[in-house]
Design a protein around this ligand. Structure first.
Ligand SMILES: [Zn+2]
Length: 415
């Protein structure tokens, strides 16, 4: 069940530069008072929240916080006059390749009111970049970065603490046992797909561009005929499966839609006579061949018009399609990406009334950015839809991975 085309698509989308840092909520570090276990007299702890993005870990231009010659456990801390609700942080290490190096390890702690408590998460150590940690949101007046020295003393150039813009039941509140595996998944995706944040054609982008709906083209990549009744069943099945993912989002974390209608606007075939209906409820495209399969007009396809304008689409923008349901005779498994989903036409027709059409659900997951898990498994998880072959329907973990995508993208839409 490979995702196929999403990889080349990620590569060809060069319009937007990757954004460093996971969440574009509010960086509340700027309003905090910094302090530290120790600061070398020529350095400044004020560096850590001065809002200056360092040019590199060996920053020779801006002020820095460093502990030379002290080693062992060192810390720097942000203190606010009132509690802040924080759900991720970015840390930029100071490393001059001499007396100050990246730490052997580090962690964040929050002040509970009476003690410091560790914030569970995965803590990367990279030079020349922000190191991002996401976690179940915490409310605290103090956030401490605890560094365990390695080859030398330690230091920081900048800390960003991102405040959730909504709290309570509408915010980011996964079950505690899923926090670690979710963080692992997100970091794996960030490291695997350098253009994760630059790519602008996820299913999320498509729905938001349409104001809460999705349009499809059916690529009928088979010589079989289709009756009007079969057509309507094909549409209904697609809508029913798509809805299973959308239902995961209802009422969650500022997701604005209670229902995301699926509308099939077009069918693509090799020969018009295969389609045994005469009504004009869908646009019909005959023998427009790409990838050796029929397609709806490129002028109407979001994949080919990622600015969301369709000046040459017959019938105008309302006849555009965001994704294709590509049904190929004799095709085993599936493929999914921002362009839609591909699966065997026989499999699809044989499962029109199946509650969970597993391959389609899996491939729709890819269309919203979810990754495969061929070579690793997140901590504590065994079986879920996106780990092909291990589950037949959307599990709680799949649902939270899906919501995690929304959490990280929603600021794009001003939410
Ligand atoms: Zn897959």
């Amino acid at each position: 069940m490979k995702r196929l085309a999403i990889l080349p698509l990620l590569l060809i989308s060069t319009f937007f530069l990757p954004v460093e840092g996971a969440v574009a909520d509010t960086n509340v570090a700027r309003s905090a008072t910094p302090s530290a276990s120790y600061t070398s007299p020529w350095e400044s702890v004020a560096a850590i929240n001065d809002g200056i993005d360092p040019p590199r870990s060996n920053d020779t231009v801006n002020r820095r916080w460093g502990t030379w010659p002290n080693t062992g456990t060192q810390w720097a801390e942000l203190t606010w006059p009132s509690a802040q609700t924080i759900r991720s942080a970015d840390v930029y290490f100071f490393d001059d390749d001499g007396g100050v190096r990246v730490p052997a390890s580090w962690k964040l702690q929050r002040w509970t009111g009476s003690a410091y408590a560790d914030i569970p998460g995965t803590y990367p150590v990279a030079v020349n970049a922000y190191n991002t940690v996401t976690f179940a949101q915490v409310s605290t007046t103090r956030l401490r970065v605890v560094l365990q020295s390695g080859q030398a003393s330690v230091g920081l150039l900048e800390v960003r603490a991102w405040a959730a813009d909504s709290g309570g039941s509408t915010g980011w509140n996964p079950p505690s046992h899923l926090v670690t595996p979710l963080n692992e998944v997100w970091q794996h995706q960030e490291s695997t797909y350098p253009n994760l944040y630059g790519f602008r054609n996820y299913g999320w982008d498509q729905i938001m561009a349409n104001g809460g709906s999705i349009n499809y083209c059916v690529r009928w990549d088979t010589s079989a005929t289709v009756t009007a009744a079969q057509r309507d069943q094909i549409h209904a099945t697609l809508a029913r499966q798509f809805k299973k993912w959308m239902d995961v989002m209802v009422g969650h974390n500022a997701w604005p839609y209670g229902n995301v209608p699926v509308k099939v606007v077009g069918w693509a075939v090799r020969n018009r006579s295969q389609l045994q209906w005469s009504d004009n409820s869908v646009d019909i495209y005959v023998n427009d061949i790409r990838e050796n399969a029929p397609q709806c007009a490129e002028a109407c396809g979001r994949f080919f018009n990622q600015n969301g304008n369709y000046p040459n689409c017959p019938g105008g923008a309302s006849h555009h399609y965001d994704m294709s349901l590509w049904l190929t005779a004799g095709f085993g498994g599936g493929a999914g990406g921002d362009w839609g989903q591909r699966l065997g036409s026989e499999y699809y027709m044989n499962n029109l009334n199946t509650d969970n059409m597993t391959i389609l659900l899996h491939e729709i997951g890819h269309s919203f950015g979810l990754d495969d898990f061929y070579d690793w498994t997140p901590t504590g998880q065994c079986c879920f839809l996106m780990k092909a072959g291990s589950a037949s329907s959307i599990t709680e973990f799949d649902a939270w991975m899906f919501r995690d995508w929304w959490r990280h993208l929603k600021s794009r839409y001003g939410l």
